[in-house]
Design a protein around this ligand. Structure first.
Ligand code: CU
Length: 144
């Protein structure tokens, strides 16, 4: 009965490109909470990858020349040089975790505005995102 065993051995590697294939990225859920002060703002989004691994290496924006990648460890922010986007996985930037940090703002973004952001990936190149500015206390999935 239990003929299923463990396959035919010798794992043929012809089609195993899960980590090495081309990344296929989709950016969703981008938003910026309206900053309460005019000097700094945060940005959040999710990158869904249906291909091989990639890496977010830098971010540019009309809003400022000073955009950095931050993680949060034990409640403290740390600057990162890149965020990995796993093969067939997701990179999530969310409140209390990884985020974009916009400093030296050229103006204070207001709710309803859209901020042009360019995400630069090691393999996929540049992905442009129009990041809507939400209320200062907005959190996704919690209604309004
Ligand atoms: Cu930060």
């Amino acid at each position: 009965m239990a003929l299923a065993g463990c396959g035919s051995g010798g794992g043929g590697s012809a089609g195993s490109s899960s980590a090495a294939g081309r990344p296929d990225l989709t950016v969703t859920g981008a938003y910026m909470p309206a900053p309460t002060m005019g000097t700094m703002a945060a940005g959040f989004f999710t990158v869904t990858n249906s291909g091989g691994a990639d890496e977010l290496t830098s971010v540019t924006s009309d809003l400022t020349d000073d955009v950095t990648l931050h993680s949060t460890k034990n409640g403290a922010m740390e600057e990162e040089t890149s965020f990995p986007v796993p093969a067939h996985g997701t990179l999530t930037l969310a409140t209390g975790g990884n985020h974009l940090m916009f400093a030296k703002l050229t103006h204070k973004p207001r709710q309803g505005e859209k901020v042009a952001v360019e995400l630069h990936f090691a393999k996929s190149g540049t992905v442009r995102v129009s990041m809507p500015v939400k209320s200062a206390t907005y959190t996704p999935g919690s209604g309004h």
